[in-house]
Ligand binder design. Structure first.
Ligand code: FAD
Ligand code: SIN
Length: 525
């Protein structure tokens, strides 16, 4: 067993920001960050467009950013949270710059601001088209300079420890005492006991298979919190990014940033029609849900596997300057952006819901906090405004830091039992887990994708139940490994998405169910 003061699960923007702040303020306390792959692997690392924040006080204002966020959220944002996050944003970014993150500036040294769908002004600060990589680099560099931060790469958090693990009596409000963690190299499972624990475990795009998210995004933190009985909400609001590069039978993976549409690219169907104008007067810069549904509708009408993003009319030298990573990735796939249209499809990109937290990042469990994409703060409501998520991660890491600093949690004297896997055997071969994972992903794409209906959701629910029992049987019999644990977590997350989708009896924000086509019939979708 290990003991630490502050356990943080995840080393993306949310987790590392919190680690740095705690380490600087409390040099004598131990901060342990567990992360299931290499230190830098995270959704954060792949963020392209940037971070939305009001720096241009001539053209822009907090009020405009607040309004854009509320419009995207379609009536479900918590207004107080929106105001708090947006007003705090510039301070958090300045802090990040002090820690060494570089963002693009013009000849006068002023930040250059991009624009993305749903934003009424240019306000997205960025580092070319690799903003997330730059943020992750700066945060890791800072973290590694601080001696009281221990980052444990290839360590997978399996379950949160609560009274369920050691007591017959269940208090009204459960507490979190740390987590059981799998050392992915040795295969051993050990206990990390912590004064307080923060989930910063990111998103769940992999539940859909076709996603812009890397392999680590399997919704572990949300599943762990769900099993520990924390409140989870808004899971029906999955944001599908309209323009993931279509890669033949591999589906979608690499993101073509919305900033490319902000830069002037057009969406066309195979016949060359610029179809977005038929759906929304904002054309390519309509909000993501509208663009994704328009593409879905075009693909269904034509039977085609993708639509196209046309950049051929843009200044290619400027394009390369702004989007070197996108240009290069396309080039490697034999797409020359100067003359070829880029094949694109919508893909699972971001989860607006998650573990419910208050303005201090506190979950419904004592001594358990959550921040970043795994949390549900009230900022995004029914749909996230582009580039508001890194902002949320930075602001909420700071809120948790301030909350912990005000009321330092103390170490519990309770003794925690070791992980008990007596009677389990090693699972031989990984084919069965791969097969079940693909089954789950197919099911989610087919029945719980961009456009849903109740019949499909019921079918998904029945098929998932079968998968749940099969996965639980594997779990009961075998020693846990990463793939089994991830499958189990993805099944939990899929269950939450399907059940919360069935509960929503309307169309709102990013949620679209063909059976309720009255509210929110924007354009012709
Ligand atoms: P992540 O950065 O995903 O970090 C999660 C961490 O938790 C990872 O280190 C992971 O390995 C670890 N982890 C997960 N489960 C476990 C476990 N069981 N045990 C141990 N460790 C675990 N947002 C914007 O605001 N602007 C953008 O331009 C933008 N572009 C994007 C582009 C792409 C391609 C993608 C995928 C997302 C983009 N987003 C963007 C969204 C944004 O990147 C994420 O929402 C944000 O980075 C989430 O940060 P996080 O710290 O919460 O999670
Ligand atoms: C993008 O660059 O299009 C992604 C921005 C985001 O997800 O916020």
């Amino acid at each position: 067993m290990k003991e630490t003061n502050f356990l943080i699960i995840g080393s993306g923007a949310a987790g590392l920001t919190l680690a740095v702040k705690l380490a600087e303020k409390f040099p004598k306390k131990k901060i342990t960050v567990v992360t299931k792959a290499d230190q830098s692997e995270s959704n954060t690392k792949y963020a392209q467009g940037g971070v939305a924040a009001v720096f241009d006080l001539k053209e822009d204002s907090f009020q405009k950013h607040i309004e854009d966020t509320l419009i995207a959220g379609d009536g479900l944002c918590d207004k107080a949270v929106v105001e708090m996050v947006i007003k705090d944003g510039p301070k958090r970014l300045e802090e990040l710059m002090e820690w060494g993150a570089n963002f693009d500036t013009d000849a006068d040294g002023e930040l250059t601001l991009g624009r993305e769908g749903g934003h009424s002004e240019f306000r997205v600060i960025h580092h070319k088209d690799t903003t997330g990589n730059e943020i992750e680099r700066a945060l890791l560099q800072r973290s590694n300079q601080l001696k009281n931060i221990t980052i444990l790469p290839h360590h997978f958090a399996i379950d949160l420890i609560t009274e369920h693990h050691f007591s017959e009596e269940k208090p009204k409000v459960l507490s979190c005492y740390g987590a059981y963690v799998l050392d992915q190299i040795s295969g051993s499972i050990f206990t990390i006991k912590a004064d307080c624990t923060t989930l910063a475990s990111g998103g769940m795009g992999r539940v859909y298979g076709h996603t812009t998210n890397p392999a680590v995004a399997t919704g572990d933190g949300i599943a762990m919190a769900y099993r520990a009985k924390a409140r989870i909400e808004n899971m029906e609001f999955i944001q599908f990014h309209p323009t993931a590069l279509y890669d033949g039978k591999n589906g979608a993976s690499f993101l073509i940033s919305e900033a490319v549409r902000g830069f002037g690219a057009f969406l066309r169907n195979k016949n060359g029609d610029r179809f977005m104008l038929n759906y929304d007067e904002r054309g390519e810069l309509a909000s993501r849900d509208i663009v994704s549904r328009a593409i879905d509708s075009e693909m269904k009408k034509s039977g085609d596997d993708c639509v196209y993003l046309d950049c051929t009319h843009l200044d290619i030298e400027e394009f390369k300057k702004h989007f070197p990573n996108i240009y290069e990735n396309c080039f490697q796939k034999k797409i020359n952006v100067e003359i070829d249209w880029i094949p694109v499809v919508p893909a699972a990109h971001y989860l607006c819901g998650g573990v419910v937290v208050d303005q201090d990042g506190k979950t419904t469990l004592k001594n358990l906090f959550a921040c970043g994409e795994c949390s549900c703060t009230g900022l995004h409501g029914a749909n996230r405004l582009a580039s508001n998520s890194l902002l949320e991660a930075l602001v909420y890491a700071d809120r948790i830091f301030k909350s912990i600093s005000k009321h330092l949690p103390s170490r519990s004297t309770i003794s925690i039992p070791d992980w008990n896997d007596a009677g389990t055997v090693l699972l031989k071969g990984s084919e069965i887990l791969q097969q079940k994972t693909e089954e789950l992903q197919r099911l989610m794409r087919r029945y719980a994708g961009v456009v849903r209906n109740n019949n499909d959701l019921q079918k998904a629910s029945l098929q998932l139940e079968k998968l749940y029992f099969e996965t639980e049987a594997l779990y009961q019999k075998h020693k846990l490994n990463t793939s089994l644990s991830q499958l189990r977590n993805m099944v939990n997350v899929a269950h939450l998405i399907i059940q919360q989708s069935l509960k929503r009896k309307e169309n709102r924000g990013g949620y679209y169910n063909e059976d309720y086509n009255k509210k929110n019939l924007k354009g012709k979708i």
